[in-house]
Design a protein around this ligand. Sequence first.
Ligand SMILES: [Zn+2]
Ligand SMILES: [Zn+2]
Length: 259
Amino acid sequence: MFFDSHAHLEAHRHEDSIDDIIARAVAAKVTKIAHVGSGYEPAVFHEAVELADKNPHVYAVIGCHPHEADSANQETYAAVMKLLVHPKVVAVGEIGLDYYYNYSSKEGQRAAFVHQLEIAKRAELPVVIHCREAHEDCLAILGEAGLSSNPGIIHCYTGDIETARKYMELGFFISIPGVVTFPKAGELVQTVAQLPLDRMLIETDAPFLAPVPKRGRRNEPAFLPHTAEAVAKIKGLPVEEIAKLTTANTMRVFGIQAD
Ligand SMILES: [Zn+2]
Ligand SMILES: [Zn+2]
């Protein structure tokens, strides 16, 4: 059993129906999926909660993505706060900073980030962090946020072990994407080799970043076992063990009880 800690399942992002995508995931033993409904428009959050509400395999993560921070407004945050009470909403996200694309201003990104950390804190929920080329600012903001002992996930982590350790010191879990299967994943392979197993999650970030041998295709949760296999090889463990550990970690961070 695998838990995809981060996927985007909105209908418009996929060619097939969401029911088919989830059926293929379940057939591949990916029986739990955290769907990230992230944007600034309330419709995105509603779609995520509806999907999680009607599908036993899906959990929802909702929040304003740093790309859209400049468009966030009162309605964005009001909708997030209102929907966080739903039992299948397991985190606020993805939130954070992206200084690679800078689709929103740095000031706007930081403001939306800080505001949503506060919302998550008040709701007693963890956060899912997107951070690209902004680790220094991200760590500074997280360090000052007064987070709980279970603050959340650094998603799609591809950096070095030193930076990962700084996040882990704050209590974060590190989620490894399909990038670890790429031939040029040298640094990430080193990071995974040194990452403690009780801090590691795996994710597809579907529809992006499909792992080898599916690279170049539209990614989907059913491809997650390829990432698990790469991690298992690096760790010298059976893939079943990686599946078990990462699933348990993901359930722990999201506060999901075993069924
Ligand atoms: Zn992201
Ligand atoms: Zn994402």
